[in-house]
Design a binder for this molecule. Structure first.
Ligand code: MG
Length: 161
């Protein structure tokens, strides 16, 4: 019987006018980016946390601490790949992932498929196994006030063979 494991990740980063917006491993034209120690890619962070969580391997902060200068400005694509390498080393692979980005702006529709393609290439998985969705927070709370972006991610990992 194939063993399956579920994982969930959540991440938030605040907007800053001093940063470029990088989300899902791609650059998105917008007057503000996300503030953080790394490139602050909240989507890849949520996905990385979901992948680690599925095998109870801790979280992104455990493996890539924001106190470590080597992760300053880090490409979160590399962190995601490192987390997935840990999963592969334990005999699991991604079944599918479903992600929801929550923000008022920017409108992400034109970027959904480029983001799916980017994550597919980072993990060497099929785009059909990667769902990226976007919703607003109906103008409520910190997301509603356009103070930042929140992302939820759920993954299913399957044992190989
Ligand atoms: Mg983060």
């Amino acid at each position: 019987m194939t063993r399956i494991r579920i994982g969930y990740g959540y991440d938030v980063h605040p907007f800053s006018e001093t940063r470029e917006l990088i989300l899902g491993g791609i650059r998105i034209p917008y007057p503000m980016g996300l503030l953080g120690h790394s490139d602050a890619d909240a989507l890849l962070h949520a996905l990385t946390d979901a992948i680690l969580g599925a095998l109870a391997l801790g979280d992104i902060g455990t493996h890539f601490p924001d106190t470590d200068p080597q992760y300053k400005g880090a490409d979160s694509g590399i962190l995601l790949q490192d987390a997935y390498t840990m999963v592969r080393a334990r005999g699991y692979r991604l079944g599918n992932a479903d992600m929801t980005v929550v923000c008022e702006k920017p409108k992400l529709k034109p970027y959904i498929n480029p983001i799916r393609k980017r994550i597919a290439s980072l993990l060497d998985v099929g785009e059909e196994d990667l769902s990226v969705k976007a919703t607003t927070h109906e103008k409520m709370g910190f997301v509603g006030r356009e103070e930042g972006i929140a992302v939820h991610a759920v993954v299913l990992l399957m044992e190989e063979g």
